[in-house]
Design a protein around this ligand. Structure first.
Ligand code: RIB
Length: 321
């Protein structure tokens, strides 16, 4: 029996390339306006970054996960690596860079659960495309590759090219969308997963309503993704591909903090694809997982473990139990 068919062999992993940050989050009754100081009511320092969040979400949903990132040679960098290891994410390619700080995000969350974020890339800006030359075998061995845009854009284009060459499905989360030129991708990603703001930025028109989101997605399919999934927060998401479009509603939950909910969606979606689930089931699972994450504070800190996730999925989709 070949080694990769042995019952105890590690299944093909989700390979995430992306950012790792430390998040300094505060909650406040109202987000401050320019020049204003407001009094907040709680604070939290935790591990975040869209790449790390997606890696941890995929691992909590049961996938083996390999993560490629850069952190500072500092206490925050060590905090990131320890936290990834505790979540079961393989972090051998999360390397410290001397003389630069770990990425840091300042996050403000209001009592309606909405947030705004300022992210300082730090070491994330040092994950250069040239450093990915040795990554081709890992891309080829992965079940799914995931990348977002908090690392240099040439790195994103390179990951897309490696995935295309290897024939490995690519989930591209264009977050933040600023500066991303879809025409510079080696070809459409297998799945392009923007939120409504990112879809609007990429398509150059609003994506607030379901109809607008579908319109944007249709326009993005030829260059951006064979399938474009626009996430709409509490309204669920739409998925558009050459065969047509589909709407997926979200369960109603008491959301207190939406930080990292999009990353929960992407991580769970990738884990579900890696487990061989069909696209539509992977989307429905990802919506349930993301909704659950909004009921707790923080990004990774809000992600459910495998058992809780499967219980929530069974409750949301009784046919699956
Ligand atoms: O998507 C949420 C993430 O965005 C936070 O964890 C923060 O680090 C920023 O990267």
């Amino acid at each position: 029996m070949p080694a990769d068919r042995h019952p105890s062999a590690r299944p093909r992993p989700v390979l995430v390339v992306g950012s790792a940050n430390v998040d300094v989050s505060v909650t406040t009754p109202m987000l401050p306006r320019p020049g204003e100081t407001v009094v907040g009511d709680s604070s939290m320092i935790s591990v975040g970054g869209k790449g790390a969040n997606q890696a941890v979400a995929a691992a909590r949903c049961g996938a083996p996960v390999d993560f490629v990132a850069r952190v500072g040679d500092d206490a925050f960098g060590r905090m990131v690596v320890e936290s990834l290891s505790a979540a079961g994410v393989a972090s051998g390619e999360v390397r410290p860079v001397a003389g630069v700080g770990t990425g840091l995000a300042a996050i403000y969350v209001d009592h309606a659960g909405q947030n705004c974020i300022v992210v300082v890339p730090g070491a994330n800006a040092r994950l250069a495309a040239e450093e990915l030359e040795t990554l081709a075998p890992a891309v080829a061995a992965a079940a799914v590759v995931v990348v977002q845009c908090e690392v240099p854009l040439p790195t994103v284009y390179r990951v897309a090219e490696l995935a295309r060459r290897a024939g490995t499905p690519l989930v591209l989360n264009p977050a933040p969308a600023q500066g991303l030129e879809l025409a510079r991708l080696a070809g459409p990603a297998t799945y392009l997963v923007p939120n409504e703001t990112e879809a609007a930025a990429l398509a150059g028109r609003p994506a607030t309503t379901r109809a607008e989101a579908i319109d944007c997605a249709r326009r993005l399919v030829p260059t951006g993704g064979s399938c474009v999934i626009v996430t709409l927060g509490a309204a669920g998401c739409v998925a558009v591909d050459a065969r047509g479009d589909r709407y997926f509603p979200a369960p109603t939950v008491e959301a207190i903090d939406t930080t990292g909910a999009g990353d929960a969606f992407v991580g769970c979606f990738a884990a579900s694809l890696a487990a061989g689930r069909p696209r539509d089931e992977a989307i429905r699972r990802a919506i349930v997982y993301a909704a659950l994450s909004t009921t707790r504070r923080g990004a990774q800190a809000s992600y459910a473990g495998r058992e809780e996730y499967e219980r929530a999925w069974a409750a949301a989709d009784p046919a699956s139990a």
